[in-house]
Design a protein around this ligand. Structure first.
Ligand SMILES: *Cc1c(COP(=O)(O)O)cnc(C)c1O
Length: 375
């Protein structure tokens, strides 16, 4: 048998610039909650049959008050992740032979959720290299083309996308979709919990967030916000078990994950107020990288901490270096920096979210040293 039992996490004390991980780092409160509520169905002591009605611990307040306030939407539900939220919406709206229109910067899980829901998928193209921008007008074109083929039940826009960290003009996309009476789902897996998200202002009928990605929570947990118009579809009850909601399989985040979200919630409310500082820091970092000829692609100036870079220099080094294309990963690991995927040199993404400037200086210094060493 493998060496099971408690396992230390190798990268726990590294400088972490992994986009998947910077926004999911637990607060001290959440770390305590993890131990306190770690036992299986710990939140179910006083459950009357519905997760979002549990008053002790205050899951009722989270789902019915705090989250709708936080997102400015009529209703929310917890899910087991952003993908489960997307799937719930798609499944609730699905019809036979119907279509969903998604941005070509969408996460794979959007695609897979649509497949599982049995929807046909039409992709709205981006502008390609080097900006990969999603333009609102392209939604109109794709919708026009697609509606000849069948009913469009939903449009999805990734806000921002997980590759380039681009923040498209959601309001404009929403206007276009609504002209065609198509509801819009904003996938805010990289936004909710990092930056302010106002569903009504953005014109989103549905917003989706990821607790372990951006809400300082132990996963998997997600949030779904939706408006009155669609609450009937989404909160349909089981015929036999009258209080259980079918699209959520009766119950979702029924354990420690929701308790870490509750523990971190006051911190989330505070940290989104400092979003401008995070954007400034990201822009500063991008500028410093470009001084080394590591070029940031996507929106420029950038509006998010997730950034995609291109480096011909590192790619050239990888052709000759010991370790080949793994050389960069190894050099960074030696310096206790985690987050750029092993094997990547020419194109890679990273996140500066909540990483202190001093630590980012160390990362920049590491790149400088690496260039010097191999020059
Ligand atoms: C990470 C990510 C997801 C998946 O989130 P889960 O909560 O793990 O399902 C979905 N969409 C985008 C854009 C992401 O970046």
């Amino acid at each position: 048998m493998a060496n099971f039992g408690f396992i230390k996490r190798q990268t726990k004390d590294f400088i972490n610039i992994d986009p998947l991980q910077t926004g999911g780092k637990l607060t001290e409160e959440a770390r305590k909650a993890l131990i306190e509520w770690g036992d299986g169905y710990s939140v179910c002591d006083f459950c009357g049959g519905r997760l979002e009605e549990i008053k002790r611990p205050p899951i009722y307040n989270l789902v019915n008050e705090a989250l709708p306030d936080f997102l400015n939407c009529d209703f929310t539900r917890l899910t087991n992740g952003a993908r489960e939220a997307k799937f719930a919406v798609m499944h609730a709206l699905r019809r036979d032979d119907a279509w969903v229109v998604i941005d070509s910067n969408a996460h794979y899980s959007t695609y897979v959720a649509a497949e599982r829901a049995g929807l046909n998928i039409a992709e709205v193209p981006n502008t390609g290299y080097p900006d990969f921008e999603m333009r609102a007008e392209k939604y109109a074109e794709t919708i026009e083309d697609t509606k000849k083929k069948g009913n469009i039940v939903l449009a999805v826009l990734t806000y921002p996308d997980g590759n380039y960290g681009n923040l498209p003009d959601a309001e404009k996309v929403s206007q276009i979709c609504h002209e065609y009476s198509i509801p819009l789902l904003l996938n805010c897996a990289y936004a909710i919990g990092r930056m302010p998200i106002n569903a009504k202002q953005l014109g989103a009928d549905f917003v989706v967030g990821s607790g372990h990605k951006s809400m300082a929570s132990a996963g998997p947990i997600g949030v779904l916000g939706f408006n009155k118009e669609y609450s009937k579809n989404l909160t349909r009850k089981s015929e036999k078990y009258k209080v259980k909601e079918v699209e959520f399989l009766g119950c979702t985040a029924r354990g420690v994950t929701v308790m870490t979200l509750i523990a971190s919630f006051p911190h989330l409310i505070e940290r989104i107020k400092r979003w401008d500082e995070e954007v400034d820091k990201a822009r500063w970092f991008s500028k410093k990288m470009e001084e080394m000829d590591i070029i940031q692609l996507g929106d420029k100036p950038h509006n998010h901490d997730l950034m995609f870079f291109e480096s011909k220099g590192l790619y050239e080094i990888s052709k000759k270096a010991k370790g080949g294309r793994y050389f960069l990963y190894k050099e960074l690991k030696k310096r206790r920096i985690h987050g750029i995927k092993a094997g990547l040199t020419k194109n890679f993404k990273l996140s500066t979210y909540m990483v202190e400037k001093g630590q980012l200086e160390i990362v920049l210094g590491a790149f400088r040293e690496i260039f010097e060493k191999y020059s």
